[in-house]
Design a protein around this ligand. Structure first.
Ligand code: SAM
Length: 206
């Protein structure tokens, strides 16, 4: 059987690597450089959580390390969220824009790294989301600092998901020790694909 070029999950259309529009962007030179070359399953774990714990309507959401931006687009679609995605790799932007058009949603993309997100910038958001972004030790440190700035900026919650790599576990342990309201939740789904991992949720202590 031929590999499907597109799928539908959590109400979103998601293109696979073999889809002509994805191939066209690649051939135009948009080659992701830090693993943002596809949609990653940990985003589904956050969508599954948000399905049961919806965001307030119109929440201002920042998706960090957004890659193709499907998690942010899910929030736009289900909660009328006003969504910005940041990623250190500018080449993921066209893939995000493509999925925004395909799903009739709007999401702003900015090329920024975690370290560039100042407290003043983070104060513009209610919620920070990120999936599959804590895969190197240095990212664990950068994300810990980012959560601390977000707490200081009054962001009400930060939700990160990961398939439980060791930098993520380090981040979860350090966060539990440093911040007032921290949950680490084991997570798993069987549809649209089997995926397991954990969510780290840090709520504002102000
Ligand atoms: C494994 S991909 C996950 C993409 C997306 N979150 C998803 O679930 O499909 C990791 C993403 O994090 C981005 N990234 C890595 N290091 C970063 C940093 N220091 N600042 C911002 N983005 C970063 C990469 O460019 C890539 O798009």
């Amino acid at each position: 059987m031929a590999t499907p070029i597109q799928r539908q999950a959590f109400g979103l259309k998601i293109l696979n690597a073999g889809h002509p529009s994805i191939r066209k962007l690649k051939s135009q030179g948009f080659q992701a450089e830090i693993h943002g070359n596809k949609f990653w399953n940990s985003s589904f774990l956050v969508m599954d959580y948000l399905k049961r714990n919806p965001l307030p309507k119109g929440a201002r959401v920042l998706e960090v390390g957004c890659g193709w931006g499907l998690l942010g687009l899910y929030c736009a679609k289900t909660s009328d969220a006003v969504v910005t995605g940041i990623d250190a790799d500018a080449n993921v932007g066209p893939y995000l824009d493509l999925h925004a058009r395909l799903n009739h949603q709007s999401m702003t993309f900015e090329k920024k790294s975690f370290n560039q997100l100042t407290k003043a910038y983070l104060a513009n958001f209610d919620v920070i989301l990120g999936a599959d972004i804590c895969f190197w030790d240095e990212l664990s440190q950068q994300l810990f600092n980012l959560i601390r700035r977000a707490q200081g900026a009054g962001v009400s919650q930060t939700i990160l998901a990961d398939p439980c790599r060791s930098p993520f576990e380090t981040l979860a342990k350090r966060s539990a020790a440093a911040f007032e309201s921290v949950e680490r939740i084991d997570a798993g789904i069987s549809r649209p694909t089997k995926a397991t991992g954990a969510l780290l949720i840090v709520r504002s202590d102000t």
